[in-house]
Design a protein around this ligand. Structure first.
Ligand code: E4P
Length: 247
């Protein structure tokens, strides 16, 4: 299972990548606008930064301009994936781009039926929008499970990306569905690492360690200390003083 970061903010990508948990990145025109950055330069920076697929979305809903834009963005890097909106024109574009060897991510998919068509057209990735599906009152978990099952039954190669998450309870349910990828905002990835019980446990251990240090020498001994009898003697004395202090 892979985790992509859903953002157009390079500093967020750098930070999350340093945690070793990011396999790719997804962007969209709204994320670019919200980050308020230069589109081309930022996408090129992200493509350099991310060691995995980066989705760049086309900014039109019409077949021919979609293909033109896709071909242009595809030249920006070897890890480009073109995000194509789910529609009849979108499916046509996916078919053509697939034949040209350009990777695609069919976006804004809200149903299993759309996911099947996107895969049939040749999509490399198919993005189901969990949060927006739930906003409409549908069961995103069931739709995802059905899509995963159908893809598996028929040996469909497209990878399912789940996105549009609003909160971590959705992420938890999504992780169990067997979808290939979850694309998450930076705050959601950060929140996944946090648990109040982990925090109190770690603090409890450190409190014990602080007590322990009052009566024991725990300073790391330099490598050559073993060979230096004077330093060894000094360390012993220091330990003795600490013990006396503690009484
Ligand atoms: C995924 O690829 C999309 O960029 C994203 O998850 C959409 O999320 P939203 O519903 O918050 O706009």
């Amino acid at each position: 299972m892979e985790i992509f970061i859903d953002t157009a903010i390079v500093s967020e990508i750098k930070e999350a990548q340093s945690w070793g948990v990011v396999d790719g990145c997804t962007t969209n025109p709204k994320l670019i606008a919200m980050a308020n950055v230069d589109f081309e330069q930022t996408m090129k920076d992200i493509l350099q930064e991310v060691h995995g697929p980066v989705s760049i979305e086309v900014t039109t809903n019409d077949f021919e301009p979609m293909v033109k834009e896709a071909e242009h963005y595809n030249k920006w890097g070897s890890n480009v994936v073109i995000k194509i909106p789910m529609s009849i024109d979108g499916l046509k574009a996916v078919k053509v781009l697939t034949e040209k060897g350009i990777k695609t991510n069919v976006t804004a998919v809200m149903s299993m039926k759309q996911a099947v068509l996107a895969a049939k057209a040749g999509a490399t990735y198919v993005s189901l929008f969990w949060g927006r599906i739930e906003d409409m009152g549908y069961d995103a978990e069931q739709i995802t499970r059905d899509t995963v099952a159908i893809y598996n039954t028929h040996g469909i190669k497209s990878k399912i990306i789940l996105g549009s998450f609003r909160q971590n309870s959705q992420v938890m349910r999504a992780l169990r569905t067997g979808a290939h990828v979850l694309t998450l905002t930076f705050p959601l990835i950060k929140e996944m690492a946090w648990n109040p019980r982990t925090e109190t446990t770690i603090n409890e251990f450190l409190q014990f360690w602080e007590e322990y240090k009052k009566t024991h020498v725990v300073n790391p001994i330099p490598d050559d200390a073993d060979d230096d009898p004077r330093l060894k003697e000094l360390m012993k004395l220091l330990a003795e003083y600490k013990r006396r202090d503690a009484r």
